[in-house]
Design a protein around this ligand. Structure first.
Ligand SMILES: Nc1ncnc2c1ncn2[C@@H]1O[C@H](COP(=O)(O)OP(=O)(O)O)[C@@H](O)[C@H]1O
Ligand SMILES: [Mg+2]
Length: 496
Protein backbone atom coordinates (compact mmCIF):
# COMPACT_ATOMS: atom_id res chain seq x y z
CA UNK A 1 0.00 0.00 0.00
CA UNK A 2 1.38 3.40 -0.87
CA UNK A 3 1.63 5.89 1.92
CA UNK A 4 0.75 8.77 -0.35
CA UNK A 5 -2.78 7.59 -1.07
CA UNK A 6 -3.66 5.79 2.14
CA UNK A 7 -5.14 7.65 5.05
CA UNK A 8 -2.38 8.91 7.34
CA UNK A 9 -3.74 7.49 10.56
CA UNK A 10 -0.81 8.56 12.70
CA UNK A 11 1.60 11.40 12.18
CA UNK A 12 4.46 12.11 14.50
CA UNK A 13 5.98 15.40 13.45
CA UNK A 14 9.33 16.83 14.50
CA UNK A 15 9.46 14.94 17.78
CA UNK A 16 12.31 15.74 20.17
CA UNK A 17 12.96 14.18 23.56
CA UNK A 18 15.89 14.33 25.96
CA UNK A 19 16.48 12.42 29.18
CA UNK A 20 18.90 14.00 31.62
CA UNK A 21 21.38 15.08 28.98
CA UNK A 22 20.77 12.23 26.53
CA UNK A 23 19.07 13.41 23.36
CA UNK A 24 16.98 10.29 22.74
CA UNK A 25 15.07 11.76 19.78
CA UNK A 26 15.85 14.72 17.54
CA UNK A 27 13.34 16.09 15.04
CA UNK A 28 11.82 12.69 14.30
CA UNK A 29 8.85 12.41 11.95
CA UNK A 30 6.95 9.24 11.14
CA UNK A 31 3.71 8.62 9.30
CA UNK A 32 1.75 5.38 9.64
CA UNK A 33 -1.23 4.57 7.45
CA UNK A 34 -4.39 2.73 8.31
CA UNK A 35 -4.39 -0.84 7.12
CA UNK A 36 -0.61 -0.98 6.83
CA UNK A 37 2.22 -2.26 8.98
CA UNK A 38 4.83 0.45 9.33
CA UNK A 39 8.17 -1.07 10.28
CA UNK A 40 10.52 0.84 12.56
CA UNK A 41 14.06 -0.47 12.82
CA UNK A 42 17.25 0.72 14.46
CA UNK A 43 20.05 -0.51 16.66
CA UNK A 44 19.75 -0.67 20.43
CA UNK A 45 19.46 2.81 21.84
CA UNK A 46 18.34 4.35 18.55
CA UNK A 47 15.17 5.71 20.18
CA UNK A 48 12.48 3.28 18.96
CA UNK A 49 10.96 2.59 22.37
CA UNK A 50 11.04 6.27 23.30
CA UNK A 51 9.12 7.16 20.13
CA UNK A 52 6.44 4.54 20.83
CA UNK A 53 6.14 5.66 24.43
CA UNK A 54 5.55 9.22 23.26
CA UNK A 55 2.79 7.98 20.96
CA UNK A 56 1.31 6.02 23.86
CA UNK A 57 1.28 9.00 26.23
CA UNK A 58 3.92 7.49 28.54
CA UNK A 59 6.39 10.31 27.85
CA UNK A 60 5.66 13.87 26.86
CA UNK A 61 7.78 15.05 23.95
CA UNK A 62 9.95 18.17 24.45
CA UNK A 63 9.14 19.23 20.91
CA UNK A 64 6.93 18.23 18.04
CA UNK A 65 3.34 17.28 17.41
CA UNK A 66 1.14 14.26 17.02
CA UNK A 67 -1.84 14.08 14.66
CA UNK A 68 -4.40 11.29 14.39
CA UNK A 69 -6.31 11.15 11.11
CA UNK A 70 -5.02 14.64 10.40
CA UNK A 71 -6.32 16.07 13.69
CA UNK A 72 -3.84 17.35 16.29
CA UNK A 73 -3.71 15.21 19.40
CA UNK A 74 -1.85 15.51 22.66
CA UNK A 75 -1.77 13.02 25.49
CA UNK A 76 -1.02 13.84 29.07
CA UNK A 77 -1.04 10.22 30.13
CA UNK A 78 -1.45 6.69 28.77
CA UNK A 79 -5.18 6.72 29.52
CA UNK A 80 -5.65 9.66 27.15
CA UNK A 81 -3.79 7.85 24.36
CA UNK A 82 -5.83 4.74 25.03
CA UNK A 83 -9.05 6.71 24.81
CA UNK A 84 -7.88 7.95 21.40
CA UNK A 85 -7.61 4.34 20.20
CA UNK A 86 -3.88 3.79 20.70
CA UNK A 87 -2.55 0.60 22.25
CA UNK A 88 1.06 -0.30 22.79
CA UNK A 89 2.43 -3.78 23.28
CA UNK A 90 5.53 -3.13 25.35
CA UNK A 91 8.82 -4.93 25.03
CA UNK A 92 8.19 -6.81 28.28
CA UNK A 93 4.98 -8.80 28.53
CA UNK A 94 2.56 -6.88 30.66
CA UNK A 95 -0.06 -9.20 32.15
CA UNK A 96 -1.32 -10.14 35.59
CA UNK A 97 -0.31 -13.80 35.82
CA UNK A 98 -2.73 -14.78 38.58
CA UNK A 99 -5.79 -13.47 36.76
CA UNK A 100 -7.62 -15.33 34.02
CA UNK A 101 -7.36 -14.62 30.31
CA UNK A 102 -10.79 -12.94 30.44
CA UNK A 103 -9.90 -10.72 33.39
CA UNK A 104 -6.63 -9.67 31.77
CA UNK A 105 -8.38 -8.73 28.56
CA UNK A 106 -11.15 -6.72 30.26
CA UNK A 107 -9.17 -5.49 33.22
CA UNK A 108 -10.00 -1.82 32.86
CA UNK A 109 -13.66 -2.27 32.02
CA UNK A 110 -15.03 -5.50 33.43
CA UNK A 111 -18.72 -5.85 32.51
CA UNK A 112 -20.83 -5.34 35.61
CA UNK A 113 -24.26 -6.12 36.85
CA UNK A 114 -24.91 -3.69 39.64
CA UNK A 115 -21.84 -3.79 41.85
CA UNK A 116 -20.80 -7.26 40.67
CA UNK A 117 -18.73 -8.50 37.76
CA UNK A 118 -21.01 -10.08 35.17
CA UNK A 119 -19.04 -13.30 34.71
CA UNK A 120 -21.20 -14.94 32.02
CA UNK A 121 -21.01 -11.80 29.92
CA UNK A 122 -17.27 -11.48 30.54
CA UNK A 123 -16.75 -15.03 29.27
CA UNK A 124 -18.92 -14.44 26.19
CA UNK A 125 -17.30 -11.11 25.29
CA UNK A 126 -13.88 -12.59 25.75
CA UNK A 127 -14.67 -15.65 23.65
CA UNK A 128 -15.91 -13.33 20.90
CA UNK A 129 -12.69 -11.27 20.89
CA UNK A 130 -10.49 -14.37 20.88
CA UNK A 131 -12.60 -15.92 18.17
CA UNK A 132 -12.29 -12.83 16.08
CA UNK A 133 -8.50 -13.01 16.43
CA UNK A 134 -8.69 -16.75 15.65
CA UNK A 135 -6.81 -17.51 18.83
CA UNK A 136 -7.74 -20.66 20.70
CA UNK A 137 -7.58 -19.83 24.40
CA UNK A 138 -9.77 -20.73 27.31
CA UNK A 139 -10.99 -17.44 28.88
CA UNK A 140 -10.72 -18.97 32.35
CA UNK A 141 -7.08 -20.10 32.23
CA UNK A 142 -4.77 -18.12 34.54
CA UNK A 143 -2.49 -16.15 32.21
CA UNK A 144 0.60 -17.19 34.17
CA UNK A 145 0.13 -20.73 32.89
CA UNK A 146 0.40 -19.68 29.23
CA UNK A 147 3.51 -19.51 27.05
CA UNK A 148 4.99 -16.06 26.46
CA UNK A 149 3.57 -16.05 22.95
CA UNK A 150 0.07 -16.69 24.26
CA UNK A 151 0.47 -14.08 26.97
CA UNK A 152 1.31 -11.66 24.22
CA UNK A 153 -1.83 -12.72 22.33
CA UNK A 154 -3.78 -11.86 25.48
CA UNK A 155 -2.26 -8.38 25.34
CA UNK A 156 -3.23 -7.99 21.71
CA UNK A 157 -6.74 -9.21 22.52
CA UNK A 158 -6.87 -6.61 25.30
CA UNK A 159 -5.97 -3.90 22.80
CA UNK A 160 -8.70 -5.09 20.44
CA UNK A 161 -11.25 -5.30 23.24
CA UNK A 162 -10.44 -1.65 23.99
CA UNK A 163 -11.23 -0.91 20.34
CA UNK A 164 -7.69 0.14 19.58
CA UNK A 165 -7.30 1.30 16.01
CA UNK A 166 -3.61 1.98 16.32
CA UNK A 167 -1.43 -0.82 17.59
CA UNK A 168 2.25 -0.18 18.28
CA UNK A 169 4.36 -3.25 19.00
CA UNK A 170 7.81 -2.95 20.53
CA UNK A 171 10.04 -5.91 19.63
CA UNK A 172 7.10 -8.31 19.89
CA UNK A 173 9.01 -11.29 18.49
CA UNK A 174 12.00 -11.05 20.86
CA UNK A 175 11.10 -14.16 22.82
CA UNK A 176 8.96 -16.05 20.32
CA UNK A 177 9.79 -19.24 18.43
CA UNK A 178 9.48 -19.17 14.64
CA UNK A 179 6.10 -20.94 14.79
CA UNK A 180 4.86 -18.36 17.26
CA UNK A 181 6.12 -15.55 15.05
CA UNK A 182 4.09 -17.02 12.19
CA UNK A 183 0.94 -16.98 14.35
CA UNK A 184 1.62 -13.40 15.43
CA UNK A 185 2.10 -12.34 11.81
CA UNK A 186 -1.17 -13.86 10.70
CA UNK A 187 -2.90 -11.97 13.52
CA UNK A 188 -1.20 -8.74 12.42
CA UNK A 189 -2.27 -9.31 8.81
CA UNK A 190 -5.83 -9.88 9.89
CA UNK A 191 -5.85 -6.68 11.93
CA UNK A 192 -4.51 -4.57 9.09
CA UNK A 193 -7.05 -6.14 6.73
CA UNK A 194 -9.65 -4.72 9.12
CA UNK A 195 -8.08 -1.28 8.84
CA UNK A 196 -6.00 -1.23 12.02
CA UNK A 197 -2.80 0.82 11.89
CA UNK A 198 0.18 -1.20 13.05
CA UNK A 199 3.62 0.12 13.95
CA UNK A 200 6.05 -2.78 14.22
CA UNK A 201 9.37 -2.21 15.95
CA UNK A 202 12.13 -4.73 15.69
CA UNK A 203 15.81 -5.11 15.07
CA UNK A 204 15.32 -8.42 13.28
CA UNK A 205 15.44 -7.36 9.68
CA UNK A 206 14.15 -10.58 8.14
CA UNK A 207 10.93 -10.22 10.09
CA UNK A 208 10.51 -6.55 9.33
CA UNK A 209 10.97 -7.29 5.64
CA UNK A 210 8.33 -9.99 5.84
CA UNK A 211 5.62 -8.06 7.65
CA UNK A 212 6.20 -4.32 7.17
CA UNK A 213 5.72 -1.81 4.36
CA UNK A 214 6.99 0.91 4.53
CA UNK A 215 10.15 0.60 6.60
CA UNK A 216 11.56 3.51 8.63
CA UNK A 217 15.06 3.58 10.09
CA UNK A 218 16.15 5.39 13.25
CA UNK A 219 19.77 5.95 14.14
CA UNK A 220 21.04 7.79 17.21
CA UNK A 221 17.67 9.43 17.76
CA UNK A 222 17.25 10.63 14.18
CA UNK A 223 15.10 9.37 11.35
CA UNK A 224 17.63 8.49 8.67
CA UNK A 225 15.39 6.94 6.06
CA UNK A 226 11.90 5.76 5.20
CA UNK A 227 11.24 3.61 2.17
CA UNK A 228 8.64 1.32 0.68
CA UNK A 229 9.40 -2.35 1.23
CA UNK A 230 10.02 -2.77 -2.49
CA UNK A 231 12.95 -0.36 -2.33
CA UNK A 232 14.49 -1.74 0.83
CA UNK A 233 17.39 -4.13 0.58
CA UNK A 234 19.10 -5.69 3.57
CA UNK A 235 22.33 -3.87 2.69
CA UNK A 236 20.64 -0.51 2.41
CA UNK A 237 18.73 -0.81 5.67
CA UNK A 238 21.76 -2.10 7.57
CA UNK A 239 23.86 0.72 6.21
CA UNK A 240 21.29 3.24 7.43
CA UNK A 241 21.04 1.57 10.83
CA UNK A 242 24.77 1.39 11.37
CA UNK A 243 25.68 4.65 9.69
CA UNK A 244 28.55 3.25 7.67
CA UNK A 245 28.67 0.96 4.69
CA UNK A 246 28.85 -2.71 5.61
CA UNK A 247 30.31 -4.24 2.49
CA UNK A 248 29.03 -7.60 3.45
CA UNK A 249 26.64 -8.78 6.09
CA UNK A 250 28.64 -12.02 6.36
CA UNK A 251 32.29 -11.13 5.68
CA UNK A 252 33.39 -14.78 5.62
CA UNK A 253 37.02 -15.37 4.73
CA UNK A 254 37.97 -18.93 3.94
CA UNK A 255 41.16 -19.99 5.77
CA UNK A 256 43.49 -22.86 5.09
CA UNK A 257 42.00 -26.02 6.56
CA UNK A 258 44.47 -28.17 8.52
CA UNK A 259 44.33 -31.47 10.41
CA UNK A 260 41.39 -32.61 12.52
CA UNK A 261 41.14 -30.93 15.92
CA UNK A 262 37.88 -32.39 17.19
CA UNK A 263 36.60 -35.80 16.29
CA UNK A 264 33.35 -37.00 17.82
CA UNK A 265 32.41 -40.61 17.12
CA UNK A 266 29.06 -42.34 17.73
CA UNK A 267 28.34 -40.10 20.68
CA UNK A 268 25.12 -40.64 22.64
CA UNK A 269 23.83 -39.21 25.90
CA UNK A 270 21.06 -40.36 28.23
CA UNK A 271 19.02 -37.29 27.39
CA UNK A 272 18.89 -36.73 23.67
CA UNK A 273 21.95 -37.40 21.54
CA UNK A 274 21.98 -40.52 19.37
CA UNK A 275 25.03 -41.75 17.50
CA UNK A 276 26.46 -38.33 16.67
CA UNK A 277 29.70 -38.23 14.68
CA UNK A 278 31.42 -35.10 13.47
CA UNK A 279 34.81 -33.51 12.90
CA UNK A 280 36.13 -29.98 13.05
CA UNK A 281 39.50 -29.12 11.49
CA UNK A 282 42.07 -26.44 12.17
CA UNK A 283 41.06 -23.26 10.37
CA UNK A 284 37.50 -24.42 9.84
CA UNK A 285 34.12 -23.09 10.93
CA UNK A 286 31.59 -25.90 11.19
CA UNK A 287 28.07 -24.51 11.46
CA UNK A 288 25.67 -26.63 13.47
CA UNK A 289 22.14 -25.95 12.25
CA UNK A 290 18.78 -27.26 13.37
CA UNK A 291 15.60 -26.26 15.13
CA UNK A 292 15.51 -25.30 18.79
CA UNK A 293 15.68 -28.57 20.75
CA UNK A 294 17.45 -30.52 18.00
CA UNK A 295 20.29 -31.32 20.40
CA UNK A 296 22.92 -28.81 19.30
CA UNK A 297 23.49 -27.25 22.72
CA UNK A 298 23.42 -30.75 24.23
CA UNK A 299 26.22 -31.76 21.90
CA UNK A 300 28.25 -28.72 22.95
CA UNK A 301 27.67 -29.54 26.61
CA UNK A 302 28.76 -33.15 26.09
CA UNK A 303 31.97 -32.03 24.36
CA UNK A 304 32.65 -29.45 27.06
CA UNK A 305 32.27 -32.02 29.84
CA UNK A 306 29.01 -30.70 31.28
CA UNK A 307 26.86 -33.72 30.34
CA UNK A 308 28.02 -37.32 30.62
CA UNK A 309 28.32 -39.49 27.50
CA UNK A 310 26.49 -42.82 27.53
CA UNK A 311 28.31 -44.07 24.43
CA UNK A 312 30.88 -42.91 21.90
CA UNK A 313 34.22 -41.21 22.02
CA UNK A 314 35.86 -37.81 21.63
CA UNK A 315 39.33 -37.29 20.17
CA UNK A 316 41.28 -34.07 20.36
CA UNK A 317 44.07 -33.88 17.79
CA UNK A 318 43.86 -37.61 17.23
CA UNK A 319 44.11 -38.58 20.89
CA UNK A 320 41.12 -40.10 22.64
CA UNK A 321 40.22 -38.02 25.69
CA UNK A 322 37.88 -38.32 28.63
CA UNK A 323 36.30 -35.01 29.43
CA UNK A 324 34.69 -35.32 32.83
CA UNK A 325 34.23 -31.61 33.55
CA UNK A 326 34.60 -28.18 31.96
CA UNK A 327 37.97 -27.93 33.73
CA UNK A 328 39.14 -30.98 31.73
CA UNK A 329 37.83 -29.40 28.54
CA UNK A 330 39.64 -26.14 29.25
CA UNK A 331 42.90 -28.02 29.91
CA UNK A 332 42.47 -29.68 26.50
CA UNK A 333 42.21 -26.28 24.82
CA UNK A 334 38.45 -26.07 24.40
CA UNK A 335 36.56 -22.82 24.89
CA UNK A 336 32.77 -22.51 25.09
CA UNK A 337 30.77 -19.33 24.56
CA UNK A 338 27.32 -20.32 25.81
CA UNK A 339 23.96 -19.43 24.38
CA UNK A 340 22.81 -17.40 27.32
CA UNK A 341 25.57 -14.91 27.93
CA UNK A 342 23.68 -13.13 30.69
CA UNK A 343 23.13 -16.29 32.74
CA UNK A 344 26.11 -18.51 32.09
CA UNK A 345 28.56 -16.47 30.02
CA UNK A 346 29.14 -13.58 32.38
CA UNK A 347 29.04 -12.66 36.04
CA UNK A 348 27.04 -9.51 35.46
CA UNK A 349 27.85 -7.80 38.74
CA UNK A 350 31.54 -8.55 38.51
CA UNK A 351 34.06 -6.18 36.97
CA UNK A 352 35.17 -6.92 33.44
CA UNK A 353 38.71 -7.94 34.38
CA UNK A 354 37.36 -10.58 36.80
CA UNK A 355 35.09 -11.98 34.14
CA UNK A 356 37.99 -12.01 31.76
CA UNK A 357 40.38 -14.03 33.91
CA UNK A 358 37.86 -16.55 35.24
CA UNK A 359 38.97 -19.57 33.18
CA UNK A 360 42.64 -18.56 33.12
CA UNK A 361 43.05 -17.34 36.70
CA UNK A 362 46.17 -19.43 37.40
CA UNK A 363 48.14 -17.41 34.94
CA UNK A 364 47.66 -14.32 37.08
CA UNK A 365 48.90 -15.83 40.31
CA UNK A 366 52.26 -14.69 41.71
CA UNK A 367 53.55 -16.02 45.04
CA UNK A 368 50.18 -17.60 45.75
CA UNK A 369 48.12 -14.48 45.13
CA UNK A 370 46.06 -13.31 42.18
CA UNK A 371 47.59 -10.04 40.97
CA UNK A 372 44.82 -7.66 39.96
CA UNK A 373 47.19 -5.40 38.03
CA UNK A 374 48.07 -8.31 35.74
CA UNK A 375 44.41 -9.14 35.30
CA UNK A 376 43.41 -5.62 34.33
CA UNK A 377 46.28 -5.22 31.92
CA UNK A 378 45.44 -8.56 30.27
CA UNK A 379 41.87 -7.44 29.83
CA UNK A 380 42.95 -4.05 28.50
CA UNK A 381 44.98 -5.72 25.79
CA UNK A 382 41.82 -7.40 24.52
CA UNK A 383 39.74 -4.23 24.63
CA UNK A 384 42.04 -2.86 21.94
CA UNK A 385 42.29 -6.11 20.02
CA UNK A 386 38.52 -6.65 19.86
CA UNK A 387 37.39 -2.97 20.06
CA UNK A 388 35.44 -3.55 23.26
CA UNK A 389 33.71 -0.34 24.26
CA UNK A 390 33.99 -0.15 28.01
CA UNK A 391 34.89 2.62 30.43
CA UNK A 392 37.70 0.57 31.95
CA UNK A 393 38.47 -2.90 33.29
CA UNK A 394 36.64 -2.12 36.54
CA UNK A 395 33.27 -1.53 34.90
CA UNK A 396 30.60 -4.12 35.73
CA UNK A 397 29.71 -6.52 32.94
CA UNK A 398 26.01 -5.67 33.17
CA UNK A 399 26.64 -2.08 32.07
CA UNK A 400 27.85 -3.09 28.60
CA UNK A 401 25.72 -3.47 25.48
CA UNK A 402 25.00 -6.99 24.24
CA UNK A 403 27.63 -6.81 21.53
CA UNK A 404 30.32 -5.65 23.92
CA UNK A 405 29.33 -8.26 26.50
CA UNK A 406 29.74 -10.95 23.88
CA UNK A 407 33.18 -9.63 22.98
CA UNK A 408 34.13 -9.85 26.67
CA UNK A 409 33.04 -13.49 26.72
CA UNK A 410 35.09 -14.14 23.56
CA UNK A 411 38.13 -12.37 25.00
CA UNK A 412 38.07 -14.50 28.12
CA UNK A 413 38.42 -17.63 25.98
CA UNK A 414 40.91 -16.11 23.58
CA UNK A 415 43.18 -15.40 26.57
CA UNK A 416 43.65 -19.20 26.66
CA UNK A 417 44.38 -19.50 22.90
CA UNK A 418 41.96 -22.40 22.50
CA UNK A 419 42.40 -24.99 19.75
CA UNK A 420 38.66 -25.45 19.57
CA UNK A 421 36.11 -22.76 20.25
CA UNK A 422 32.44 -23.68 20.56
CA UNK A 423 30.14 -20.72 19.93
CA UNK A 424 26.48 -21.20 20.82
CA UNK A 425 24.28 -18.57 19.14
CA UNK A 426 27.20 -16.11 19.07
CA UNK A 427 25.28 -13.12 17.74
CA UNK A 428 21.80 -13.59 19.16
CA UNK A 429 20.32 -10.31 20.31
CA UNK A 430 23.30 -8.33 19.08
CA UNK A 431 23.18 -5.27 16.84
CA UNK A 432 24.11 -5.69 13.18
CA UNK A 433 27.23 -3.58 13.45
CA UNK A 434 28.57 -5.63 16.38
CA UNK A 435 27.58 -8.86 14.58
CA UNK A 436 29.90 -8.04 11.73
CA UNK A 437 32.68 -7.35 14.24
CA UNK A 438 32.14 -10.79 15.78
CA UNK A 439 32.32 -12.36 12.32
CA UNK A 440 35.60 -10.53 11.76
CA UNK A 441 36.94 -11.97 15.01
CA UNK A 442 35.92 -15.47 13.83
CA UNK A 443 37.79 -14.86 10.59
CA UNK A 444 40.92 -13.88 12.47
CA UNK A 445 40.67 -16.93 14.72
CA UNK A 446 40.37 -19.49 11.93
CA UNK A 447 43.20 -17.79 10.08
CA UNK A 448 45.40 -18.36 13.12
CA UNK A 449 44.41 -22.04 13.14
CA UNK A 450 41.55 -22.21 15.66
CA UNK A 451 38.78 -24.70 14.93
CA UNK A 452 35.29 -23.27 15.45
CA UNK A 453 32.05 -25.12 16.04
CA UNK A 454 29.27 -22.56 15.67
CA UNK A 455 25.74 -23.38 16.75
CA UNK A 456 23.22 -20.99 15.27
CA UNK A 457 19.47 -20.82 14.70
CA UNK A 458 20.01 -17.92 12.34
CA UNK A 459 20.05 -19.70 9.00
CA UNK A 460 21.54 -16.85 6.96
CA UNK A 461 24.36 -16.70 9.53
CA UNK A 462 25.02 -20.44 9.28
CA UNK A 463 25.00 -20.28 5.49
CA UNK A 464 27.07 -17.11 5.42
CA UNK A 465 29.80 -17.93 7.97
CA UNK A 466 30.37 -21.72 7.83
CA UNK A 467 32.90 -23.68 5.81
CA UNK A 468 30.82 -26.77 6.40
CA UNK A 469 27.28 -27.17 7.75
CA UNK A 470 26.10 -30.06 9.90
CA UNK A 471 22.38 -30.33 10.57
CA UNK A 472 20.75 -31.97 13.58
CA UNK A 473 17.22 -33.12 14.24
CA UNK A 474 15.95 -34.83 17.39
CA UNK A 475 19.42 -35.64 18.68
CA UNK A 476 20.79 -37.06 15.43
CA UNK A 477 22.76 -35.71 12.53
CA UNK A 478 20.49 -35.51 9.50
CA UNK A 479 22.63 -33.73 6.95
CA UNK A 480 26.02 -32.35 6.09
CA UNK A 481 26.70 -29.74 3.45
CA UNK A 482 29.67 -27.94 1.98
CA UNK A 483 29.82 -24.14 1.91
CA UNK A 484 27.40 -22.80 -0.70
CA UNK A 485 24.52 -25.12 0.23
CA UNK A 486 21.02 -23.86 -0.51
CA UNK A 487 18.83 -22.69 2.31
CA UNK A 488 16.09 -25.17 1.35
CA UNK A 489 18.44 -28.16 1.59
CA UNK A 490 19.48 -27.19 5.10
CA UNK A 491 15.88 -26.49 6.18
CA UNK A 492 14.79 -29.85 4.86
CA UNK A 493 17.46 -31.67 6.85
CA UNK A 494 16.48 -29.67 9.95
CA UNK A 495 12.89 -30.89 9.86
CA UNK A 496 13.57 -34.32 8.33
N1 LIG B 1 13.82 6.70 30.90
C1 LIG B 1 15.02 7.01 30.39
N2 LIG B 1 15.93 7.71 31.09
C2 LIG B 1 17.13 8.04 30.58
N3 LIG B 1 17.54 7.69 29.34
C3 LIG B 1 16.70 6.98 28.59
C4 LIG B 1 15.40 6.59 29.07
N4 LIG B 1 14.79 5.88 28.08
C5 LIG B 1 15.65 5.83 27.06
N5 LIG B 1 16.80 6.49 27.35
C6 LIG B 1 17.94 6.68 26.44
O1 LIG B 1 17.44 7.13 25.22
C7 LIG B 1 18.08 6.50 24.12
C8 LIG B 1 17.06 5.74 23.26
O2 LIG B 1 16.57 4.63 23.98
P1 LIG B 1 15.40 3.71 23.47
O3 LIG B 1 14.27 4.53 23.02
O4 LIG B 1 15.11 2.71 24.53
O5 LIG B 1 16.06 2.98 22.20
P2 LIG B 1 15.67 1.64 21.44
O6 LIG B 1 14.28 1.25 21.84
O7 LIG B 1 15.78 1.99 19.99
O8 LIG B 1 16.68 0.61 21.83
C9 LIG B 1 19.14 5.62 24.73
O9 LIG B 1 20.35 6.33 24.75
C10 LIG B 1 18.63 5.38 26.13
O10 LIG B 1 19.70 5.11 27.00
MG1 LIG C 1 13.63 -0.59 22.66
Amino acid sequence: MSTATAEAAVQLIGIGKAFAGVQALRDVSLTASAGAVTGLVGENGAGKTTLLKILAGVYKPDRGRIALGGVPASFNDPAAAQAAGIAIIHQEVNVLPHLSVAENIYLSHLPRRGPFVDWPRLRDDCAAVLDNLRVKLDPETPVGELSLARQQMVEIARAIAQHARILAMDEPTASLSSEEVAILFSTIRQLTAEGVTVIFVSHRLEEVFEIADPIAVLRDGQMVGTMPRAQATTERVIELMVGRPIDRQFPKEVAEVGPVVLEVEHLSTEQLLRDVSLTVHRGEVVGLAGLVGAGRTELARAIFGVDRLSAGSIRIQGREVRIGSPADAIRLGIGFVPEDRKRSGLLLRFPLYANHTLPSLRRFVRSGRVVKRLETSAFQRWTKELSIHARDALEEARDLSGGNQQKVVLAKWLELSPQLLILDEPTRGIDVGAKVEIYDIMNRLVKSGTAILMISSDLPEVLGMSDRIVVMHEGRITGEFARGAAREQVMEAAIA
